[in-house]
Design a protein around this ligand. Structure first.
Ligand code: BES
Ligand code: MN
Ligand code: ZN
Length: 517
């Protein structure tokens, strides 16, 4: 390539740094900033000696949710509003710690006092208790680390002050439980940061080939095995969807298979990720608008699968997991797939391409079929398949930027995905797999068309993918709306959100095979 790119460029800079986290009943030694949670009603915390509501109101601080006010001094005291109800669950704690960390942006050593929050903990062993100290510690770490995340790998003079140390204070009786949440919190924060790093990387810096190289280099360090399929290998597999989307590109495609194989696995889960390194739309070229400019993020599904798998060993996951990353860019050129061309997907089904911008489902189809064929773990098909893709603008139109769409052919998978969404505060909403729309995917010349009518775009894309799962219990996440944040928003930083990476890690960690069908 004739474009200058530093050969030493590192697409995953977040791996170079992790904060120190301590939990203790003692007041932390010398933080530069401490959080003081202040509800909008009720008595003020004792730390605010001398200040009353009127004084705070004069400074513009009412205690409304996520409001912050910095009181100078050493350490800085950062008031964080928690609204009328205070902090009631781990999602709200993650948000509040994120608001604090953003306000204290010049401070490398920060402290959060959880003693007040954890006062109400119920009896030991009640795992439904939202105030399990381990869960609270995990949420606090995720909130702090992810709020401090910033993509500055390509800035000559990055200004971000790294998070060096997070001190959590809580009652003596909670210290042991909280310690168990530290590792989880650090692992999951790292997981999301890995996904953000690779998704934020510009498309020229991270071709499909480079992505495969990066994953091959990093995988052994996370206890993962990889197998990379180049164009030749994909031709031998008959992966006509991935090859057809790649046809217009000067870059080679890559399918990256990642395996996590614990001893005596309890089950086998397959994860498929859409890895469109850049989606121009192909011959059905996108207009040059802000949405098009965001299409380096079109590999967020693949990023989330890879990133989630970096957590599996460290979380002690007992399920075998196989990741299939379907990677290429989608480009127009003299060799590009044309409208009316027919592609043969792995396994033999044919698809008429009526819009080259509906490319995600084409690459995913090959991945789904390969996953259904994979008997390498148990001698039979995987227990479940989950795919994740920035698939349709329709998902964004329907649910906006904070909630992803989920479709499933199996209630247990949908419920387990919902539980992971609740744990991570990566929200999802289930859409129906309404087979009455299936006729819209008929083609005059092939088995299927890659687009249907104008409406129900999320469902049509789901119905298309459903043609390739062969009845295996399956869930599909459409993360088109949630892949990026246009501004810093609590623990979501500008750019890639990393959405799906923590969700899939938590899902795999808690995975139970649906009843054999
Ligand atoms: N990658 C896009 C979907 C997308 C849109 C992701 C906006 C994130 C934000 C996908 O490949 C696409 O172009 N989908 C088309 C499908 C249509 C042609 C049936 C779309 O949604 O317009
Ligand atoms: Mn597209
Ligand atoms: Zn796309």
């Amino acid at each position: 390539m004739s474009v200058v790119i530093d050969p030493a460029f590192d697409p995953v800079p977040s791996l170079e740094h992790a904060p120190r986290v301590s939990v203790s009943a003692e007041v932390p030694a010398d933080p530069q900033a401490v959080a003081v949670f202040v509800a909008s009603e009720g008595a003020l915390p004792a730390e605010l000696d001398g200040l009353d509501r009127d004084a705070l109101a004069a400074a513009g601080f009412s205690g409304a949710k996520h409001q912050t006010l910095i009181l100078p001094g050493a350490p800085l005291r950062v008031l964080v509003g928690t609204g009328a109800s205070g902090i009631e669950n781990d999602a709200q704690l993650r948000d509040a710690v994120a608001a604090f960390t953003r306000a204290a942006k010049e401070s490398g050593r920060i402290a959060v006092d959880l003693t007040g929050l954890l006062l109400d903990t119920g009896a030991e062993g009640e795992d439904a208790d939202p105030w399990d100290a381990g869960v609270a510690a995990q949420a606090a770490i995720e909130g702090a680390a992810l709020a401090r995340y910033r993509y500055d790998a390509l800035k000559s003079d990055p200004k971000t002050v790294a998070l060096e140390e997070l001190s959590l204070r809580l009652g003596e009786e909670h210290v042991a439980a909280a310690e168990s949440g530290i590792e989880r919190g650090l692992v999951l924060a790292r997981t999301a940061a890995i996904a953000r790093d690779v998704a934020n990387t510009p498309p020229r810096h991270l071709s499909a080939e480079k992505f495969a190289d990066v994953i091959e280099a990093l995988a052994p360090g996370f206890g993962l095995e990889t197998e990379v399929f180049d164009r030749q290998a994909l031709m031998e597999l008959g992966a006509g969807g991935l090859l057809g989307v790649n046809a217009g590109s000067v870059e080679e495609p890559r399918m990256i298979k990642i395996s996590y194989r614990p001893a005596d696995p309890e089950g086998h889960l397959a994860l498929i990720g859409k890895g469109i390194m850049y989606d121009s739309g192909g011959i059905s070229l996108k207009p040059s608008n802000a949405m098009h400019a965001a299409m380096k993020f079109d590999m967020m599904g693949a990023a989330a699968v890879f990133a989630s798998m970096t957590a599996l060993r460290d979380l002690g996951v007992g399920t075998a997991v196989t990741g299939w990353l379907m990677c290429t860019d989608n480009m127009p050129s003299g060799s590009a797939t044309k409208l009316g061309d027919v592609l043969t997907i792995r396994g033999g089904k044919t698809v008429e391409v009526k819009n080259t911008d509906a490319e995600g489902r084409l690459v995913m189809a090959d991945g789904l079929v390969l996953a259904t064929e994979d008997a390498s773990v148990s001698g039979r098909r995987p227990d479940a398949i989950v795919d994740i893709a920035t698939l349709t603008g329709a998902a964004m139109m329907a649910l906006g930027t904070r909630t992803a769409a989920v479709l499933a052919n199996d209630d247990s998978i949908a419920e387990q995905l919902q539980a992971a969404a609740d744990a991570t505060d990566e929200n999802i909403w289930r859409f129906p797999l309404d087979h009455r729309y299936r006729d819209q995917l008929k083609s005059n010349v092939a088995d299927l068309s890659n687009i249907g009518g104008q409406y129900a775009g999320v469902i049509l894309a789901g119905l298309f993918l459903n043609e390739f799962v062969d009845g295996v219990p399956w869930g599909h996440l459409d993360i088109a709306g949630t892949m990026q944040s246009e501004s810093d928003d609590l623990w979501r930083s500008t750019g890639s959100t990393g959405f799906g990476a923590r969700l899939l890690a938590e899902f795999a960690a808690a995975f139970e095979a649906p009843e054999a069908r």
